[in-house]
Design a binder for this molecule. Sequence first.
Ligand SMILES: [Fe+2]
Ligand SMILES: [Fe+2]
Length: 141
Amino acid sequence: MSKEELIEGLNVDLSHEYGAAIQYTYSASAVTGVYRPALKPFFEEEITDELGHALYLSEKIKSLGGVPTTKAADVPQPENVRDLLEAVLKAETETVVRYEKRKKQAEELGFTELAVQLDDMISDETRHKEEVEKILYDERF
Ligand SMILES: [Fe+2]
Ligand SMILES: [Fe+2]
């Protein structure tokens, strides 16, 4: 594992944070029906967290000598409520896995502050994931 490989991985993470902000923005506008009053604010609130993660990662990539990406990961555009929630759950689950891996890489290279920050981000993404899981418990979906 080299610093360059770490930077490459962090750029993948950054593109997915931009993607997450887009996904929550899309979801807030796409959610329809009786669940809209509850889910629109829920989706909107997540946008700030994801953009905060993107800001951190972009700064860190530059500090490590890399070039922060300006490209967002592809985001699906489901139309019904269950599919919107399933897509968000999939993205959050994959993000937790990526950050677990990135944290190990950061530790391996001795970047303690990055590893600690990734811990915080794992905590944020796990909270997002668990909230969506709880919403999906509703058997009417
Ligand atoms: Fe995030
Ligand atoms: Fe998230």
